[in-house]
Design a protein around this ligand. Structure first.
Ligand SMILES: C[S@@+](CC[C@H](N)C(=O)[O-])C[C@H]1O[C@@H](n2cnc3c(N)ncnc32)[C@H](O)[C@@H]1O
Length: 279
């Protein structure tokens, strides 16, 4: 189960219910808010001192004795969660698993910035990645290679202590040194969250000066330019454009008598697939 990025209110309703119903909870520790376990009756254990065999042994033993077991991970378990190794071992022991998602820290960081990562006309692509640390990167996914993906917004996990390398590789891959970067440490956590705005050219110095080394998300790309908020009309979607028709709304006649300028469905996939609230 994903516990979300740190704000105890950012767990899903389903996740909170499963915690209430659990008999045994094994949590990854530091970034999982303690408040999530207030008032629950389960035995709660922290896995940060355990190796993979001990973790699987704890989960399997609890499951085999009929206890309802919840394994809690920070953010969303599918992103750098190290869950597959647990899942595969449990399955080999005949113990089924299921996943409940959580808010990943990249999206909590975007919320902290009050920013949209996919701005029409600028970028429509978000990349979740990291720079190589002790886990090597597949060569085709080096930051230099990812930099080549146009104006895409790069959300870099596990990279706050390697900002020299991040900036060097992204610039080598073709990103301008002026590319906006936002560093969000402890995203969503009251009293702890910090936001640092800089560019690739200044990233390493700024992060060093702010003494940020861990628990931080790097968001890179023009979508996180803080001035975007002042650019009224520049990144508008077609969905709410007055001259754009779709299944739920007919275009206003903006041409005083002639037919609407934008053909139905020009900028979107078939209009029939659009739902309200879908941008
Ligand atoms: C092992 S990964 C786990 C990611 C997690 N599964 C998720 O979905 O957010 C740990 C990295 O996630 C990022 N991270 C996790 N929580 C964060 C938070 N509240 N604020 C900023 N970054 C966070 C940091 O980059 C950290 O190095």
């Amino acid at each position: 189960m994903g516990a979300g990025p740190g704000d105890p209110e950012l767990i899903t309703v389903k996740g909170a219910r499963l915690l209430k119903q659990a008999d045994y909870v094994l949590s990854t520790g530091s970034l999982v808010p303690r408040e999530l376990f207030d008032g629950i009756s389960a035995e709660v254990e922290d896995s940060k001192g355990l190796d993979i065999d001990q973790i699987v042994d704890r989960l399997a033993t609890a499951a085999r004795t009929g206890r309802r077991v919840v394994r809690v991970h920070t953010g969303d378990p599918a992103i750098f969660g190290a869950v597959q190794e647990q899942r595969a071992r449990l399955h080999a022991l005949g113990i089924p698993t299921a996943t409940v998602p959580g808010v990943t820290s990249a999206l909590a960081a975007a919320a902290a910035l009050d920013a949209e990562l996919t701005l029409p006309g600028l970028t429509q692509t978000v990349v979740f990645s990291r720079t190589a640390g002790r886990t090597p990167m597949p060569p085709a996914e080096s930051l230099a290679a990812l930099a080549a993906l146009g104006n895409s917004t790069l959300c870099l996990y596990l990279s706050a202590s390697l900002t020299d390398k991040v900036a060097r590789e992204l610039v080598a891959g073709g990103r301008s040194p002026d590319t906006p970067v936002a560093v969000v440490q402890y995203a969503s956590m009251a009293h702890k969250q910090r936001i640092l705005r800089c560019t690739l050219a200044t990233l390493a110095d700024e992060v060093r000066a702010a003494r940020i080394r861990a628990q931080a998300m790097l968001l890179v790309g023009p979508a996180v330019d803080p001035h975007n908020k002042e650019r009224v009309g520049e990144f508008d979607s077609r969905l709410y454009a007055r001259d754009f028709s779709h299944r739920f709304r007919k275009a206003a006649d903006t041409t005083h008598g002639s037919t609407p300028r934008t053909p139905r469905g020009r900028c979107f996939e078939p209009a029939a697939t659009l739902e309200p609230g879908h941008e």
